[in-house]
Ligand binder design. Structure first.
Ligand code: HEC
Ligand code: HEC
Ligand code: HEC
Ligand code: HEC
Ligand code: HEC
Length: 359
């Protein structure tokens, strides 16, 4: 059961004022147990074992994938802050020091892959740093500059935003973690409500679980948070608006998948498919059956007939795929990215876009 740490520690302290040390130890045990249950302590995860055969976590990856790398990035190891100067140690999870060393507690501003720095983050700064993704609009624009939108180029390969990119979606167009089409405007940071606006408002920092009890006070009549919805429109065009906003995002995401496949076959001249579990995610769909099975999801079979237009849409498909909480982090931004990607593809292939909407 998720326990609210502060009130517990405080209560025990007040009831047993003569034994503050015990109380302190007790709450630390609870916190440590909570952390052990959570993803940041998962020693077996590929997030912490991916580099074991290499013997070290490269500088480019270490800040988010090893405690020594995070301490290096923070400057807590005596080296310059904001850069990783040494490879990280393998098999070190995200331990207490990653977030509680004084440099981490003082961290308030974080640079995003777009180069934009967001400040005023307080205790959310460490979460934001690691969950900001690794690419942005500018990376896609730079890779496709001066190219014809619909001509296959051997110079192009898939650009991966990375994983768990919650901070990038939450801050929306402030940090441009999605591919934002020219001429469109995009939602900025999700302006929710003051009590549910930051990572720590919704996530307990040690288990990282979402504290859902408070949601129902405002979102009445839902038995599950995934049923929450305040925007009435039918964004995915399926005629159904009774489900949560997550259903609209899922629906539009599926329509983007179909649009990407239609465009790849008809314009790029090579069938494409997506496999969520295998890098680099988009593969040649040799048998053109609309799915990528285990035999097809192998690195040498990666999709290699990219046009700029296809790359832009695929980039956005992945942004939404790799933030499973996009519907809560910034539903408008997610819907806008998906909508604009479908419309862009529909300029070159016949797609039924009649019912879809843009928030
Ligand atoms: C800005 C922080 C950051 C950097 C830098 C970073 N990652 Fe990650 N990476 C993450 C986060 C966060 C996750 C976990 C997301 C989740 O599970 O929701 C992750 C997950 C992964 C995973 C597990 C993917 C999966 O599907 O389970 C691999 C592998 C990985 N990263 C490789 C790399 C490599 C290789 C580099 C360096 C080239 C790198 N990362 C750099 C933040 C980062
Ligand atoms: C991913 C970052 C992260 C990790 C890892 C982490 N913590 Fe925390 N911890 C936080 C944040 C953020 C808060 C503040 C929560 C708040 O203000 O709501 C916190 C609060 C606390 C508190 C309460 C302090 C206070 O001011 O109320 C203690 C004690 C604590 N953590 C101990 C630990 C221990 C021990 C570990 C390792 C077992 C650990 N933390 C791992 C982020 C982290
Ligand atoms: C030092 C980098 C780092 C920091 C700081 C960090 N995270 Fe993470 N986070 C990761 C990585 C890496 C993973 C993937 C761990 C795994 O695969 O087990 C992850 C996993 C998660 C997950 C589970 C994702 C999933 O796919 O189920 C959540 C939720 C999460 N983090 C939230 C937070 C919150 C909230 C904070 C701040 C209190 C935070 N993180 C701070 C790197 C970080
Ligand atoms: C104090 C009241 C309040 C609380 C507490 C609250 N919300 Fe909200 N929520 C709102 C309001 C108001 C909106 C509409 C905001 C907007 O459209 O910009 C909203 C919008 C949303 C949306 C977007 C719905 C849509 O159709 O776009 C989601 C998802 C959401 N909230 C989830 C949550 C979750 C999850 C929690 C609990 C962790 C929560 N909310 C707690 C008031 C609240
Ligand atoms: C309005 C509440 C809210 C806020 C604010 C919020 N989250 Fe979330 N987050 C959620 C919900 C709800 C989920 C989905 C949980 C689920 O599916 O179990 C989620 C999921 C996640 C995941 C897992 C995504 C996946 O692919 O499974 C990560 C990582 C994460 N959040 C990190 C963060 C970080 C970092 C921040 C701050 C930048 C943040 N969240 C802000 C409510 C919130």
């Amino acid at each position: 059961m998720p326990v609210s740490i502060k009130p517990l520690a405080l209560t025990v302290f007040l009831l047993v004022p003569s034994a503050p040390l015990d109380a302190h130890e007790m709450s630390l045990t609870d916190i440590t147990e909570a952390w052990l249950m959570g993803p940041h302590a998962d020693h077996d995860s590929s997030s912490f074992t991916h580099w074991n055969a290499d013997g070290a976590v490269p500088e480019a990856c270490a800040a988010c994938h090893s405690e020594t790398g995070m301490l290096d990035w923070l400057g807590a190891d005596g080296t310059e802050a904001g850069v990783v100067n040494h490879p990280g140690t393998i098999n070190t999870v995200i331990g207490c020091a990653s977030c509680h060393v004084s440099e981490a507690e003082a961290l308030d501003a974080v640079p995003f892959p777009s180069g934009v720095e967001v400040s005023g983050l307080g205790g959310n700064a460490t979460c934001t740093m690691c969950h900001s993704g690794r690419a942005a609009t500018g990376d896609v624009t730079a890779a496709t500059a001066d190219m014809d939108l619909d001509t296959v180029s051997a110079d192009l390969s898939f650009i991966n935003v990375h994983y768990g990119v919650a901070a990038a979606t939450m801050h929306g167009s402030e940090v441009s973690g999605g591919f934002e089409y020219e001429g469109q405007t995009y939602a900025g940071r999700f302006a929710h409500v003051p009590s549910a606006n930051t990572c720590l408002d919704c996530h307990e920092p040690h288990t990282t679980e979402v504290a859902t009890d408070g949601c129902a006070a405002c979102h009445q009549g839902v038995d599950d948070i995934t049923a929450i919805r305040t925007q009435p429109a039918d964004f995915d065009g399926d005629g159904v608006t009774s489900g949560g906003i997550r259903d609209e995002i899922d629906g539009l995401h599926a329509r983007l998948d179909a649009a990407i496949r239609a465009y790849a076959s008809e314009v790029a001249g090579q069938p494409i498919g997506y496999n969520a579990d295998s890098y680099p995610y988009f593969f040649i769909d040799g048998n053109d059956d609309g799915t990528i099975d285990a035999g097809e999801a192998i690195f040498p079979n990666q999709y290699d007939s990219w046009t700029p237009r296809l790359l832009m849409a695929a980039y956005n498909y992945q942004v939404v795929a790799k933030d499973g909480g996009a519907w809560a982090h910034n539903p408008r931004y997610a819907l806008q990215l998906l909508h604009d990607s479908v419309l862009s593809l529909s300029e070159r292939v016949e797609l039924d876009t009649g019912g879809i909407g843009r928030p």
